[in-house]
Design a protein around this ligand. Structure first.
Ligand code: TYM
Length: 333
């Protein structure tokens, strides 16, 4: 695939299906900002993935703008990266149909996210929820991405993407680049209420997660309430899930190592530690929130980005799609 800059290519995305949490930020978006100079990056707002779970149309529309505003507010440059909305580039779903025919029922049945989401949405276990990983594979393979920066919960989907790509390549010859997951230390931020579980934007308990748009008081309060243990020593150890999680969050925001954190809080109680985590989190999010508010008032600017960038993405996507169509035997006109 043509890559004029000879840089490796990156693809990733976020669903506009709820308020983004610090898990989405630390596990994904914050890392993307460090990659934008060295890689050719595509960052997508994956609205088609979001409708696998019922969405209120007006909310989905608003959140699509919000995610783009958050991307920019977090420091992603729309001039440097191709930042766009999935439904604006039809090649995603076009490739997805083809790849559905090279993805096994058994493989999709084993996806933990499918099992998890179908248990939470028992009245709406739709076919889209089941084939969701094939659409995700299409997102990635369409752009011949080398790396996919995501949180730990997406690893299984990327492994499946690699299997689908390898299967297709083995039948038709070299067609897709086999992508690698790119997973860093913030890759699994856990719930503040149940620290063995992933922090999730769809958690019904608002104290379990910190939204990127929570204000300082809310953030401090949520960290103060975070579930810990009765040990009262700030250090990473098995069974101290709450403290381990807070140490990861603190480390992601400050860049400090575990040893530095242990030293900083030696002889201090959990109260001091929780306050420090809350403060650094609130202070880091404040400028993002300010920029977000400003951008959300300028819909025309966001729409201009949607348009210009979806054209760039569509240009790249069409190349892979026509190659795939030719290989499987569709007549080209
Ligand atoms: P989504 O929208 O659920 O989450 C977006 C990103 O945030 C990461 N993440 C977390 N990281 C650390 N701790 C957490 N608690 C946490 N919660 C979420 C996710 O791992 C993800 O990187 N299927 C994807 C979206 C997608 C995609 C793609 C990603 C669609 N197509 C192609 C990469 C490439 C999803 O549902 O992410």
């Amino acid at each position: 695939m043509e890559n004029t800059q000879n840089k490796k290519r990156i693809f990733s995305g976020v669903q506009p299906s709820g308020n983004l949490t610090i898990g989405n930020y630390l596990g994904a978006i914050k890392n993307w900002t460090t990659l934008q100079d060295d890689y050719e990056c595509l960052y997508c707002v994956v609205d088609q993935h979001a409708i696998t779970v019922r969405q209120t149309p007006a909310d989905l529309r608003r959140r699509t703008y919000e995610i783009m505003a958050i991307y920019i507010a977090c420091g992603l440059d729309p001039e440097k990266n191709i930042m766009y909305v999935q439904s604006h580039v039809p090649a995603h779903t076009q490739l997805s149909w083809v790849l559905n025919c090279y993805t096994m029922f058994g493989e999709l049945s084993r996806m933990t996210q499918f099992k998890d989401k179908s248990s939470k949405n028992a009245d709406n276990i739709n076919a889209g929820l089941f084939t969701y990983p094939t659409l995700m594979a299409s997102d990635i393979l369409l752009y011949q991405a080398d790396l996919v920066p995501v949180g730990e919960d997406q690893r299984q989907h990327i492994e499946l993407t690699r299997d689908i790509a390898a299967r297709f390549n083995s039948v038709y010859g070299d067609t897709f680049k086999i992508p690698e997951p790119y997973i860093t230390k913030g890759a699994k931020i856990n719930s503040l209420a149940e620290p063995t579980k992933k922090m999730s934007k769809s958690d019904p308990n608002a104290n379990a997660y910190v939204s990127l748009l929570d204000n300082k008081d809310e953030i401090i309060k949520k960290f103060r309430r975070a579930v810990t243990d009765s040990d009262a020593v700030v250090c990473r150890a098995e069974g101290k899930d709450g403290i381990n999680n807070l140490m990861t969050i603190y480390s992601c925001f400050t860049g400090k190592t575990d040893e530095e954190i242990v030293k900083e809080f030696e002889g201090k109680g959990y109260g001091d530690f929780k306050l420090a985590v809350g403060q650094v989190c609130a202070d880091s999010l404040a400028p993002i929130q300010e920029e977000f508010e400003r951008l959300m008032k300028d819909k025309a600017y966001l729409e201009q980005i949607f348009k210009a960038n979806s054209e760039k993405a569509a240009y790249l996507a069409r190349k892979t799609l026509s190659k795939v169509y030719r290989k499987v035997g569709f007549v080209q006109i």
